[in-house]
Ligand binder design. Sequence first.
Ligand SMILES: [Mg+2]
Length: 230
Amino acid sequence: MIRAIGFDLDETLLYRSASLLRFIRHQHAEHHLAQKGVSLQEWCDRFIEWDRSGYVGKDVVYSRLIDHFHLNEYTVDVLWNEYRNHFHRFCIAMPHARHILHRLKTNEMRLALVTNGETVFQKKNAEALGILPLFDAVFVSEEEGRKKPDPELFIQAARRMGVPPEFCLFVGDHPVNDIQGAAAAGMQTAWLKGLSLWPQHLTPPTVTLQSLLDLLPLLEKRKNAFETTA
Ligand SMILES: [Mg+2]
């Protein structure tokens, strides 16, 4: 029986790809980059390509953008600080994320957020979505000094939720960082399937979710389990 659920943030609860597009379009407009010969399409395409779904540091991304578009009057720090300070204003939740978290919380499920990234940045993004107060525990890799897929991070999350790992479910979109990491910690796993297929060489997740709504049947099972043991 599942008694606690851990969640990844980017592309699981936070619709990062859509949020990023909103932010970089804003940055393009804010600096009148079209008037400096940078087409909006090209700016977005290059950013998204070089950002590699957030797995490349923004210092590297902005440095490449400045070189590529000959934006010599800009420094990496100026653009990167804008990203750090304003990205949260453009954050959009994944479909059904808030609804699901509220339902889980109402049903007394213990909840944890476990994300890689910079502490202040990631917490601000979760806060902007209005979901931060719903978690019993929040783990951000920078603050913890270890990052997913390190199983120890998942074990600590389980401990903080007061539930043994085998009664925890971890929900995430990344096959290795989320699913392999949580499985190595002894958790059950739910892979939120995007457009990609499950990598054949990896052990499959416990369940595959087409959308976060697929978590709701777990609540029903939990309710039934309560009823049968009452
Ligand atoms: Mg993710």
